[in-house]
Write a protein that binds this ligand. Sequence first.
Ligand SMILES: Cc1ncc(COP(=O)(O)O)c(C=O)c1O
Length: 404
Amino acid sequence: MGGLRKRTSMIPSAGPSITDLEVRLVTQAVRDGWYERMSDYLDRFERAFSDYTGMRYCLATNTCTGALHLALLGLGVGPGHEIIVPDITWVASAAPICYTGAKPVFVDIDRTSWCLAPESVERAITKKTKAVIAVGLMGNLPDFDAIRSIAARHHIPIIEDAAQSIGAEYHGQKAGTFGTVGVFSFNGTKLLVTGEGGMLVTNDRSLYGRLKRLQHHGIDKEREGKYFWSYELGYKYKMSNLQAALGLAQLRRIDELVAMRRRIFAWYQQRLRWIEGLQLNQESPGLKSTFWLVTVILSSEYGLKKEPLMERLRGWRIDSRPFFYPLSSMPTFARYCRGNQMWRVNQIAYALSPYGISLPSAASLTESDVAYVCDVLKDLLVKSKAKTISHRAKRTSSRVPVLV
Ligand SMILES: Cc1ncc(COP(=O)(O)O)c(C=O)c1O
């Protein structure tokens, strides 16, 4: 490739920003977070999360997958029920539905937001529908005005999966606060990390009580003062005090963490927006995305699918991630989709998925990393012989050959 020097180390796709603040709080927790203070950091993290989101009850969990499982159980989901979930999301948005014995119903995404398409939610509702899981994909949010009005009309609760969208806002309201329950993920790739971890938020006091019990083997310390007494079969989905210390430090920096991701997106946007046939994350009016993962969908005219593109980028020491595959196309969920031609039902999901990749978006990225990724990407696109695609950047300032 003309003039481009291959990097020696890999440019990472996702990863956190850790400062002395995190190191200090975690070290402190290792020293003093035991004995009578064994849940101090957890309590502080949950309280701080409540202040941040404005949600009354927050429960820190071991993972977001666990939080989703609890949310479903708390809403009484079980065999015979259907749960609506977008076809394009991480597998963990849907797997907990199956843990409960309910059926996931995969619906289409919106072409612009890549989140739940409201009209496909409406179409999928039946008498068996017990909840809708609305996912904020890649740091974006769905059209919550429309989804909430559909859900309210049918008296169906929303579980908001904000694993990827912490820090995003819709008309000034924070991600994770749009449903009866909201869940977050803090695994090592997320905008806010605790290593592994999650959070469950709700304003419903009695639901919170039940979720807290289910989270810890059915034990209810508030009740009757019986120690070690289990009232119902539960799970062990708790976060550790040490992880909570890390979460607490990260949460203090949440605005900075969001600003970092938005800056990375702006660097990409500046360099890629003139390329035709390439759709970057969109921010609709009223929405503030975090751009957690900067993602591009290529026009099929490039003739370049995501797998070969990722492989070529890897050759240039650039890590990337595939746009999610439709869950309905996976063997894991085949039994729930039998008899349906899902590519006909969820046409946008199936049309976009083969051509999408998430570019490096780790918090550690510099502008020169992003410039390098964009230069490599542009060259790869040019080489894929997309004759119909025209490049609008000025010939003089462009560092890549210009397609005409
Ligand atoms: C949309 C979505 N939901 C749920 C999860 C599950 O989160 P965790 O890894 O904390 O279980 C993830 C994790 O990547 C996710 O992206």
